[in-house]
Design a protein around this ligand. Sequence first.
Ligand SMILES: CC1(C)S[C@@H]2[C@H](NC(=O)CCCC[C@H](NC(=O)C[NH3+])C(=O)[O-])C(=O)N2[C@H]1C(=O)[O-]
Length: 349
Amino acid sequence: GTLPKPDLTGLQRVLATAYRQGAPGAVARIDDHGRIQWAAMGFADRRSRRPISNADRFRIGSVTKTFTTVVLMQLADEGKLRLDAPVERYLPGLLPDRTITVRELLGHRSGLYDYTNAMFSKSVPGFEAVRTKVFTYRQLLNRSLWHGRTGAPGVTYSYSNTNFVVAGMLVEKLTGHSVRTEYENRIFKPLKLRDTFYVVPGTKIPGRHARGYLAPDRAGAPMIDATEQTMSWAQSAGAVISSTRDLNTFFSALLGGRLTSHAQLQQMERMVPVDSTQAYGLGLRRRQLSCGISVYGHTGAVQGYYTYAFATKDGRRSLTAVATTSNNVAVLNTMMGTLESAFCGKQTK
Ligand SMILES: CC1(C)S[C@@H]2[C@H](NC(=O)CCCC[C@H](NC(=O)C[NH3+])C(=O)[O-])C(=O)N2[C@H]1C(=O)[O-]
C-alpha cells in the first residue's frame, strides 16, 4: 500500500526536543523513492559551534552488526558457511558450548555474556579505560567467558556484543582477510559508500564529521568529548563510521535484495520477538510503528552517538537519524520519534 507522506515538521520537532534534552546536535535524512528530505538541529562541534549537517560523518555503533551479517550472508550464498552449522565447525575449540550455531550468534540467542555490561558499568571511567586501547578478538571473547552464560543456546534472546565479536572472527577465518577488507570489497565499494569507513584502531573520524559527547552518570558533571577513540572494544560489533546518506543507501540496497540472495535476506528477516513492538532477526531489527507499518534496520549506541537506521520492507523509503550524545535515555527515546515522522507521517491526534 502507499505510505503516508513524511512529516518534516514533526521530524524537525523531534530533533529540537533531543537538542533540548542534551544532544549538542541531531540530524535525520529520509530517502523516499529517490526523493531526499532532511532535518538538522544544533552543532557538529560544541566549542566552535559549527552547525551540524547531514554531510557530517559519525560512529554508527551496532548498526555495524548488519554490515557484519551481510558479509556472512554473502559467504553463505557462496557455499562457504552454513547458518545452522555449529561455530565449532569453523572455529574449533573457541566457544565453551560446541552446539552454538552461527544462526544463534547472529540472532543473539547464543547465551554468551555481553562483556560490555561489565566494561561500561561506570560510563565515564569505563570509556576512559578503553578509549585508546587495542584489543584482539580473543581478549574481548575472554572478557565474556569470565562470566557465566545467560542461558542455553537457541532458547532466549539476550542481546550480546560478544556474538558479533565471534561473527568477526568467523569472517576473518572464512575469508583469510580482515573484516575491513571484506566490508570494503563487498559493501562500501560496490555501493559507493563514500562516507563509510572501518579504521580500527585509528581514533580519528576521516573528513568532515560531527563530534560526539558522552553524558556523565553524575548529574551536573561535564559532558565528555568522546569523538576520538580506537573502537577496538567493539570492532565487528560496532566500529563502522558512516553518514545518514550512506546508511540509507545501505539499508535500501539490503532490503531491496541487492546485497544478498533472496533466500539469505529471508533468513535475516526470520524474526524472534523482543517485546510487543520489536523483534530481532539476524543482525536486523524490526519495529512496528503506531500506524501499523513495520520497518527493518538497526540502532546504535556508542559513546557520543545514538543512531536509528531503518527502511520499509521493500527498501524504497529509508530514514537515518543521529543524535550526538549518549548515556542519555531521554534522547534515545525521543529519537525513536523520527521513525514515526518518517514512515507514519502527520499524527492525527
Ligand atoms: C542495544 C544497544 C542500545 S547497546 C549495543 C551497542 N553499544 C554498546 O554495547 C555500548 C554500550 C555502552 C554505551 C554507553 N553506555 C554506558 O556506558 C552505560 N553505562 C553510552 O551510552 O555511551 C550498540 O550500539 N547497541 C545498541 C543497539 O543495538 O541499539
